[in-house]
Design a protein around this ligand. Structure first.
Ligand SMILES: Cc1cc2nc3c(=O)[nH]c(=O)nc-3n(C[C@H](O)[C@H](O)[C@H](O)COP(=O)(O)OP(=O)(O)OC[C@H]3O[C@@H](n4cnc5c(N)ncnc54)[C@H](O)[C@@H]3O)c2cc1C
Length: 404
């Protein structure tokens, strides 16, 4: 592998400082309130839109950063502020990634601006792949999309679950089965435009962490969308299905294309949470005295902090490498994207738990933010592919063996 330089240039340093200032001044002070309210933090999103952080322009510019580091740098700082609010700000970007991974340039041009809206007129988007019986196993997906040739419309039926921004969103990107016999290769994704009849929010979930972020079921009941809402277009789908029926590879599963692109960014979010908890624990250990000295002077505490710092640095290197490889068009031959998400997610869980331990009784209360950070961190071993699924992807990549 060519040796990448991970020295941030001035543009990245400016980006880091800009997002950090917003995270410190606006996001962190609001974190506890929105966690307790367990509601979507609209006023914070409005502030993010006003400075251009919640905007198509921001995500598009950073996604095309030639080093790949723009998104991970920004994610780490934002999620250092708070993960629940952070996810409310970037949830739309997951749907935008679903659109740009599978849509034509014309479709991206039409729908992407409508996903974000503008200050004073905010819009949201949701990416809906998971179903009650199809989480890790996307091949078990049941939501059906049937083409109605007479009207040139697709008719969607099924129930999606765990959708970030689901039902609240103006635009939903829905993955559905067009040919059940082809399993994952018989799936396609669709845009459901604002106000489309037949799409409704189901249950809204109350959660352990990231409680400001909205997570809900999305029910599709004879939901009709125009033919142009099939991402990639009908000709491309027909060619893909024909190849798959002949036994060829026939293109990938649409959700997987999205997750491949987003895994390093998700890893960077986990690093932001871990770093926030680590910094609080380090400060606390230097000032909290027991047995007549700061607790950091005990090796048990100091070594714990040393391990926390080391795993955060290692996570960042894995995430930046994967993001850099993606920006250079290099294939993830050893599942480097999955490695980065796996390691960063598990680091966030371990580091936030250790931070609570270092804060003792205070760490267990809601007076201190590490308790919230520990609850938030846990999702990073579950969504965008569980830790077990990341290990499955890595194990298959390094071995070539059909590991189940
Ligand atoms: C807060 C939140 C937000 C989310 N946002 C979105 C979203 O915006 N859009 C979306 O589409 N989805 C979203 N998800 C869904 C998320 O991606 C799934 O929860 C995740 O993929 C796991 O699926 P599952 O919950 O059905 O668990 P299951 O697949 O049922 O897994 C249960 C357990 O079994 C393990 N397991 C399963 N298969 C294997 C195997 N082959 N080998 C070893 N272990 C295995 C899993 O690792 C896990 O530990 C979200 C979930 C949550 C909780």
């Amino acid at each position: 592998m060519t040796n990448p330089s991970f020295e941030l240039d001035q543009d990245h340093l400016d980006l880091r400082d800009w997002v950090h200032t917003f995270a410190a001044d606006v996001v962190r002070p609001a974190a506890s309130e929105w966690d307790e309210r367990e509601e979507f933090p609209w006023p914070v999103l409005e502030e993010a839109a006003k400075i251009g952080l919640y905007s198509l322009d921001f995500f598009a510019t950073q996604s095309f950063d030639k080093t790949g580091l723009g998104i991970p740098v920004a994610m780490e700082e934002l999620f250092w502020g708070d993960a629940g609010i952070g996810l409310s700000i970037v949830g739309t970007a997951l749907a935008a990634a679903g659109l740009s991974s599978n849509g034509t340039p014309e479709q991206v041009g039409e729908w992407a601006p409508q996903m974000f809206g503008s200050p004073g007129d905010l819009k949201l988007a949701a990416f809906c792949s998971s179903e009650p019986d199809a989480g890790s196993d996307v091949g078990a997906m049941r939501t059906r999309a049937v083409y109605d040739e007479a009207t040139d419309e697709w008719v969607l039926n099924g129930t999606k679950t765990w959708a970030t921004n689901g039902g609240l969103a103006d635009i939903h990107v829905i993955t559905a089965v067009v040919d059940p016999e082809l399993r994952t290769r018989g799936q396609a994704s669709f845009v459901v435009p604002p106000g489309t009849k037949g799409l409704a929010q189901g249950q809204k979930f109350t959660k352990h962490g990231i409680r400001a972020s909205h997570t809900a079921e999305v029910v599709l009941d004879n939901c009709r969308v125009p033919g142009r809402c099939l991402l990639g277009g009908k000709d491309r789908l027909d060619t893909k299905l024909a190849k798959a029926r002949e036994g060829g590879r026939g293109g990938g599963q649409p959700s997987m294309a999205t997750f491949e692109r987003t895994r390093p960014a998700v890893g960077a979010q986990a690093i932001g949470i871990a770093r926030a908890a680590y910094e609080i624990a380090l400060d606390y250990a230097k000032t909290r005295e027991q047995f007549g000295k700061p607790i950091i002077e005990n090796q048990a505490i100091a070594f714990t902090l040393a391990d926390m710092a080391t795993s955060i640095e290692a996570s960042r290197l894995l995430v930046w490498r994967a993001a850099w490889m993606a920006s250079q068009g290099k294939a993830f031959t050893q599942a480097e994207g999955s490695m980065s998400k796996l390691f960063a997610g598990e680091t966030a869980v371990r580091v936030t738990e250790r931070a609570m331990q270092i804060l003792g009784g205070n760490g267990y209360t809601r007076e201190y933010p590490v308790e919230r950070m520990a609850r938030d961190a846990k999702i990073y071993t579950i969504f965008e592919g569980t830790s077990e699924i990341q290990r499955l992807v890595i194990a298959r990549s390094i071995s070539g063996a059909p590991i189940r």
